[in-house]
Design a protein around this ligand. Structure first.
Ligand code: HEC
Length: 155
């Protein structure tokens, strides 16, 4: 969390201190912690483990999905890049200007997906709610979408 740049879907909170001000103090009406407590709080949140994926059943689909995900013509890994599967930037994927590229680590455990929760399943992300400029997905076959979903369920 601490290494993925600005926080929140719109990246409007530049760091964890800004998040404390907005969420804890402003929205939840709590007392602002001192700097040492704020730092410890940030480290604790950062250390929370991502949900573990369930044991994969279809390893063939995961392998195919991984290849598609990293295929430059489809483009997923240009934004969902590196070990945290985010380039820590804002991107316009046709869902409004500048949304934070989310990490996909443990993604399967946090449905519904997308900032507006429009995708009940990972497969729904490839439909209309996924955005019009969200990777080159128009020519994916249903089988390829299933493989990409299997791959994302393994992250
Ligand atoms: C141009 C950068 C970019 C590319 C390319 C890209 N994404 Fe994303 N992705 C984003 C952004 C930004 C969001 C957040 C958008 C939103 O929530 O409305 C997102 C959201 C997601 C989500 C929802 C995550 C969540 O926590 O709700 C999934 C799943 C996802 N992308 C998968 C993919 C896949 C699979 C590909 C390739 C087909 C891909 N993305 C290509 C930028 C990108």
């Amino acid at each position: 969390m601490l290494e993925t740049g600005a926080l929140h879907w719109s990246g409007d909170l530049t760091n964890f201190d800004a998040l404390i001000d907005e969420v804890l103090v402003s929205r939840m009406a709590r007392v602002k912690p001192g700097p040492l407590h704020a730092k410890a709080f940030a480290r604790w949140v950062d250390a929370l483990p991502a949900p573990r994926p369930s044991t994969p059943t279809d390893t063939d689909a995961i392998t195919k999905g991984s290849a598609l995900f990293h295929d430059a013509t489809i483009g997923c890994a240009t934004c969902h890049a590196g070990p945290k599967l985010t380039n820590s930037s804002l991107a316009d994927i046709g869902k409004g200007p500048g949304l934070k590229v989310p990490s996909l680590v443990g993604v399967a455990a946090r449905a519904p997906f997308m900032h507006d929760g429009c995708a009940a399943t990972l497969a729904d992300r490839f439909g209309a709610c996924g955005g019009t400029a969200h990777g080159s997905t128009a020519s994916l076959t249903p089988d390829q979408v299933s493989s990409l979903v299997a791959y994302m369920e393994s992250l």
